[in-house]
Design a protein around this ligand. Structure first.
Ligand code: ACM
Ligand code: ZN
Length: 475
């Protein structure tokens, strides 16, 4: 197709996408998209809608496809990895596993936006090879659905956005003082909770959300937060309080029914999320004052030979962890002083000084980082005009991009760095502000977690802007 003489059509580079790729080589020539494109059916399933939007009809075919897919040959591609080769005749994708296949196709989708910005007749792509795989295996987002409830459609929208950023862990904070958002067979009364906005997910919602997570190569990490953050639960179940007439948010650790209650909720959660490997048991911000004053907690300390209420808390969380380990699951908890099972994953939060305190905690746990002076807390404001709590500082896109957890953790702990996770607490974030809080900072976090360390913010930002100007939307 002849190009109009009065403007220049530039074939986009294979390196134009986000997150930045590990390796690429440029070869002579260009791949030219036309009005019809013969593609493997698996490629049509992911890219068909986008191509049709641009005016190219994807034609599914097994033989002679111009866009073809194959599991990786040798050398073996790592999990989640892929290799995309573009020649003047075809685009060929090899992948290490199903996640790599999905990531390769969505990487190509970004390049399609860049290629088609001149229209279908001029759509070109530079030839060459792109090889990619993640730096960190845990690339997460935490959504607080307790403080403000989000509709199932919004949760699915978030999962689709995460998949395209190669974010692979959806940590779902399902319970807190203000709401208990999953159905509980053994405690249906918890559905009454919900102070800011009523709502909860049905079995059907959860099934559909699990399906969308699978389609987007995402593992769901459900959280039921114990022993604190339970004001609502304990208004309904005063018998699980240290002082039934009091108003505490911490469950009584000396009452054997408390542990049984917590285990029953995790049993139900394992049934609701059967493919989930990781279950988050909470562990953050529990005050020990009630336990110190409670005869039941004190009697339990004496019975177990424990010197303090904090040690009793540790015992409770360890019992809960072991319950999950016994069923083949991996517990994860917010980092506290408690020493849990060696299989526990710790999620570090707070500031750099707190991170330093991780150093004494050397039981072999892997660490997920959500802090470094709150670098990944996306509820913190991006600009001074946003609603904020007094403890919040501004957190810019560049701040997220350039935070380096490994540097703060030191070499020894750096080796146990499992990944990054961006929490979005929603006390101040109603559903309609979710996208505004997440973007563009989540894009920066995604590149930080996936790409080799040491990228330039300026280079990242120009790729992000070029994609947006080409019509690509993160949300
Ligand atoms: C937390 O921010 N409460 C873990
Ligand atoms: Zn008690």
């Amino acid at each position: 197709m002849a190009r109009p003489a009065h403007y220049e059509t530039i074939a986009p580079a294979l390196t134009g996408g986000i997150p930045r790729c590990v390796e690429s080589t440029r070869q002579e020539g260009e791949f030219r998209f036309g009005k019809r494109l013969a593609m493997s059916p698996g490629a049509v399933a992911v890219l068909g809608e986008t191509l049709r939007k641009f005016g190219t009809e994807p034609v599914p075919c097994q033989e002679g496809a111009q866009v073809s897919l194959a599991p990786g040959a040798s050398p073996a591609l790592p999990p989640e990895g892929f290799r995309l080769e573009v020649t003047p005749r075809e685009i060929h994708l090899e992948y290490g596993d199903e996640s790599g296949r999905f990531y390769g196709l969505t990487a190509l989708e970004q390049l399609l936006y860049l290629a088609y910005r001149f229209g279908a007749d001029q759509a070109l792509l530079e030839c060459g090879t792109l090889v990619d795989c993640p730096r960190l295996p845990w690339r997460g987002v935490m959504l607080d659905s307790a403080r403000h409830f989000q509709s199932p459609d919004t949760v699915k929208r978030l999962l689709r956005a995460m998949g395209r950023l190669r974010l692979n862990r959806f940590h779902w904070h399902l319970t807190d003082c203000e709401g208990w958002r999953i159905p509980c067979k053994g405690a249906p009364e918890l559905a009454q909770l919900g102070t800011l906005q009523e709502g909860g997910y049905t079995l059907q919602d959860i099934q559909e959300i699990r399906q969308v997570a699978r389609e987007n190569a995402i593992a769901i990490v459900p959280e039921i937060d114990f022993p604190g953050h339970n004001l609502g639960l304990l208004r309904l179940h005063r018998e699980l309080r240290c002082d039934p007439q009091g108003e505490s948010g911490e469950i009584c650790l000396g009452n054997p029914d408390s542990l049984a209650f917590a285990k029953a909720r995790f049993q139900e959660a394992m049934e609701l999320f059967p493919e989930s490997q990781y279950f988050h048991i909470g562990g953050d911000e529990a005050w020990d004052g009630n336990w110190r004053a409670c005869p039941k907690c004190q009697a339990m300390c004496r019975k177990l030979g424990l010197p303090s209420a904090r040690k009793l808390e540790e015992w409770f969380m360890r019992e809960l962890s072991q319950f999950l380990v016994d069923q083949g699951k991996t517990p994860i908890s917010w980092r506290t002083e408690a020493i849990l099972t060696p299989r526990n994953v710790l999620q570090c939060w707070g500031n750099a000084n707190d991170m330093g305190a991780c150093a004494w905690h050397d039981q072999g746990e892997n660490q997920v980082i959500s802090s470094i002076d709150n670098a990944y807390y996306l509820d913190y404001p991006q600009a001074s005009e946003e609603p904020r709590f007094c403890w919040m500082v501004n957190l810019s896109e560049e701040g997220v991009y350039s935070a380096n957890p490994a540097a703060h953790m030191g070499e020894k702990l750096g080796k146990r760095l499992l990944g990054l996770e961006c929490p979005l607490w929603t006390e101040l974030v109603p559903e309609w502000r979710l996208g505004a809080k997440l973007f563009p900072r989540l894009v920066a976090a995604a590149e930080s977690a996936w790409s080799p360390w040491g990228g330039s913010f300026g280079d990242y930002r120009s790729r992000r802007c070029a994609l947006e100007l080409a019509g690509y939307a993160w949300w």
